[in-house]
Each structure stands twice: as C-alpha cells, then as structure tokens.
Design a protein around this ligand. Sequence first.
Ligand code: MN3
Length: 211
Amino acid sequence: MYQLPSLPYDIDALEPVIGAETLRTHHGKHHARYVSVTNQLVGDAVSSRPLEDVIADARLRGDRKLFNNAAQAWNHAFFWLSMAPVATTPSGSLLAAIEAAFGSVAVLKEKFVATGAAQFGSGWVWLMATDGAVEVHASHDADQPWLDAGRGMPLLVCDVWEHAYYLDYKNERDRFLATWFDRLANWGFAATQFEAAVARGGRSYRYPAPV
Ligand code: MN3
C-alpha cells in the first residue's frame, strides 16, 4: 500500500500564503484520494513497486486512469516538500545556474509566474534541471515534463489546479504564484535536487516506499 505522506509542517504553518483550510482539504482530501485510488488500481500484486515505476509503466501502457492518480500522488508529495514555512533564497551552484539561464532570480520569478498563470485549465508549474541547465515548464493535469522529454529532474513545483488557491486567492492565480515564489519556495530542497541532477547518481526525491 502506498501511504499518504505526512505534511512536513503544521497545517497552519503556511499561512497567510496558503490558509489552513486550503491545506487541510488539499492534503487530507485531494491528495489522500489520489493515493487511495492508486492503491485500488494497482491491487496487491504490484503494491511493493516504487511509485515512480508504476507511473512510468502506466504512461507507457496508456493506462490513463492509473497514470493520473499515481502521478498526482507523487506530484503532491513533491509539492509539500517544495514549500517551507520560512522564506528562503537560492544560493551556491543553483543560484549560479539560475543566473546563467535567466540572468537573475527576479527574471526567473517572472517566467515562473507567467508560465503557471498561462497554463490553461489544471496543471503544475515546475522548475527543472535538464543537463545542468535550469528551466521552467508547465504541465497539464497530472503530467510530469521529464517523462515527456525523457530526461531532466524536477527541482520545485507549484500546483495551479484551482483547488490549490481558490479559497485564498479566488481567480487570482498570478498573485498566488508570485506570493508563493517569494514566501514559500523551498530553495534548500531545490538545492538538494539540483545537486542530485548535476551529480547524476546523487539521491533525488523518491516517493516513500509502499508498506
Ligand atoms: Mn492539488
């Protein structure tokens, strides 16, 4: 059985950027449902497999229902880790890569907000590293851009499904994204992912093993 990962902070720790009611529903209802449906669909026979393998295999086989639920289980777990209650800033080799790609963190923020705001309908906006270069990508529904591209590694993600921000921001997705980037983006986590991407073989995020 895949487990619903616990939030790495208190339910009200992200206020006022993300309210406790939003986080409680998002984690306890939306994310929990994706994990539950994934467990129903995979059944006991393959429940010991890493979730990453289930996602990749479902995508190859065109099992859209399993892919959507398993990838959403993974994406949300990654999203919780992409946020920190205390504002941080990028530094070191990640900051250098951001400056090489965008010129400055401020320009990256503009690109991240614009890309997330322009994603039509539901999806995600990702900061990724591909061959050591930092990029911004949007994805639709549950999609994971590195699977589509066949390479790359996610560094951070923000959920742009309406359930992520509607209670707190109504239709103002761009204001949610800008505030999220300034106040919640977890640059320590992003740095760990970036080092794993550059080191090739360093340990990147994996969904908790099924039990
Ligand atoms: Mn969500």
